[in-house]
Design a protein around this ligand. Structure first.
Ligand code: BG6
Ligand code: MG
Length: 214
C-alpha cells in the first residue's frame, strides 16, 4: 500500500495530556466527596468529555440532572484548560516532531483526528499546528470513537480515499474507528490493548518512514 495520508490522534499519541485530565477529574471527584485513582483514569482515555463524566459519577455513585452534569463538565474543563495553557514544546512526545517532518517531506498529507475540543490550544502551545493540512477535533464531530466519523472527515478534508490513510491511535476505541473507516492503523502502546491495529509500536520515539510499509 502507498500511504497518502497520516491521521493522528492527539492525547496519548502526540502529547501526554492524560495526567492533566486526571488532575482535573480528581479535583472534581474530591469536591463531590469521593476519591478518583490513576487506575480509574485509565478508563477515561479516548472517551469524550461527557462520557468521562458519566464514568466518574458512576464510580462515586452520584446521580445528577443533565444541567448539573453540564455545569460540572464545564468546571472540569476550566481546570484542565488552566493546566494545558501552560504547556509548551517540551511536552511533545519523543520522536513525534521528527516523524511529522519525515512524512511531510515525502509529500504525505497530515491530519489531526481527535475527540478533544481543546485540540487547537494544545497544538498551538506545542507549536505543531504548521504540520497539519487538516484539523478534525471534538468541535467538528458529533459521533465519538469507535464511530469512524472523525477519521472519515479527516480523509475528506485531505481529499484522500480512506484506504490510502493510516491512523495513529493509543486507544482501543480509536483503532476500532480506524477499522470501521476502512483505514490501516498503527497502535501506539501495548499489543494487549491495541491488538486489532495493523501494527503496534510502543511510541514514536524511533519511528521513520519504514513503519508505513504494510
Ligand atoms: C480525548 C481524550 O482525546 O479527548 C479524553 O483521550 C478526553 O481523555 C477527550 O476526555 C475530550 O477532550 P476535551 O479536551 O474536549 O475534554
Ligand atoms: Mg488518545
Amino acid at each position: 500500500m502507498h500511504v497518502k495520508g497520516c491521521i493522528f490522534d492527539l492525547d496519548g499519541v502526540i502529547v501526554d495530556t492524560a495526567k492533566y485530565h486526571y488532575l482535573a477529574w480528581r479535583r472534581l471527584a474530591n469536591e463531590l466527596g469521593f476519591d478518583f485513582t490513576e487506575k480509574d483514569n485509565e478508563r477515561l482515555k479516548g472517551v469524550s468529555r461527557m462520557a468521562s463524566l458519566e464514568i466518574l459519577l458512576s464510580i462515586g455513585n452520584v446521580t445528577l440532572s443533565e444541567a448539573e452534569k453540564l455545569a460540572l463538565a464545564a468546571k472540569k474543563n476550566e481546570w484542565y484548560v488552566e493546566y494545558i495553557s501552560r504547556m509548551n514544546k517540551d511536552e511533545i512526545l519523543p520522536g513525534v516532531e521528527n516523524f511529522l517532518e519525515a512524512i511531510r517531506s515525502e509529500g504525505i498529507k497530515v491530519s489531526l483526528g481527535s475527540a478533544s475540543k481543546n485540540s487547537m490550544m494544545i497544538l498551538n502551545n506545542l507549536e505543531l499546528t504548521k504540520y497539519f493540512d487538516a484539523i478534525i477535533d471534538g468541535n467538528k464531530v458529533s459521533e465519538a470513537k469507535p464511530d469512524p466519523e472523525v477519521f472519515l472527515l479527516a480523509a475528506k478534508e485531505l481529499d484522500l480515499d480512506p484506504k490510502d490513510c493510516v491512523v495513529f491511535e493509543d486507544a482501543e476505541a480509536g483503532i476500532e474507528a480506524a477499522i470501521r473507516a476502512g483505514m490501516q492503523s498503527i497502535g501506539i502502546g501495548s499489543v494487549e490493548t491495541l491488538g486489532k491495529a495493523t501494527k503496534v509500536i510502543p511510541n514514536l520515539k524511533d519511528a521513520d518512514l519504514t513503519i508505513l510499509e504494510f
